[in-house]
Design a protein around this ligand. Sequence first.
Ligand code: C2E
Ligand code: MG
Ligand code: MG
Ligand code: MG
Length: 282
Amino acid sequence: LAKKEGRNNFQFFDESLENQTERYMLIQHGLHNALKRGELAIHYQPKYALDQGNIVGAEALLRWFSPELGTVSPAEFIPIAEETGFIVDIGCWLIERVCQTMNHWRKQGAVLAPVAINISPIQFHRGNLYKTLSRAIADHAIDPALIQIELTEGVVMNRQQSTIELLHSIKSLGVAISIDDFGTGYSSLSYLRHLPIDEIKIDRSFIMEITDAGSLTDTRLTAIPLAVIDLAKNLNIKLVAEGVETEVQSNFLRENGCFIIQGYWFSKPVDEAAMLGFWRRA
Ligand code: C2E
Ligand code: MG
Ligand code: MG
Ligand code: MG
């Protein structure tokens, strides 16, 4: 009924607590059906090497088109799936589906590079991740060196023995470990020395600060990307810049020694078929 009264009213009602709760419930229930009904899809965003001029990897990103709600962003539905624990089922499906797709790509003649899978902290701690990964890799005859997992700093920061052991067992499978949204979590960096980390991804919020107008004169805006570039180099950890949208950002990164970029400037996330096209040209 709010809709009939016009856009402004609708927005007003939409922001009410009642509507927020209702949307939360719709998403929560919708997600359970989404898996069964095949409403979830996976898009892939290439990682591009500025120095080599080719694609050196891709990140798998969940997409949900709900018949009732339309397109729902993972930024909205993943936190809800985490609260209910359903993220574990979604994550298992995703790992299986990515490996299946990679096998299909290979049969289509693609020359693959590592594909990164985002792992929720809930899935990491409760999801039987080692078994899920090793089974999917074996079932689809995937070279484990072509699989990478992305974790956030919160996961690797805690010094629980179980975390350290799981990281090492995943490494022993041959799967690489990447730290996502680097710089936005906690301030301790010591885990980088102690844990088997292969790659870090500078968060988009830092890359956004690199603009023609500001950053080339205001060194505070580029201080963090430059420090992270140094850090990665000295620790001998691979570095990726995420959310690279402009030529200015891309040039700045190349000139300062960060060669792998992911972002709209090279490509938005694309569907399986379009990603196959990228692999074929790689
Ligand atoms: P993320 O892992 O940091 O993924 C990068 C996000 O930045 C993606 O948003 C991507 O579409 C977006 N992005 C990439 N390049 C650019 C750019 O140049 N400009 C801008 N403005 N954005 C860019 P997306 O796909 O909406 O995903 C949001 C977040 O949801 C992801 O952030 C990740 O934390 C989570 N997510 C997505 N898929 C999965 C999944 O399969 N499992 C889990 N656990 N989380 C996922
Ligand atoms: Mg990610
Ligand atoms: Mg990221
Ligand atoms: Mg991010």
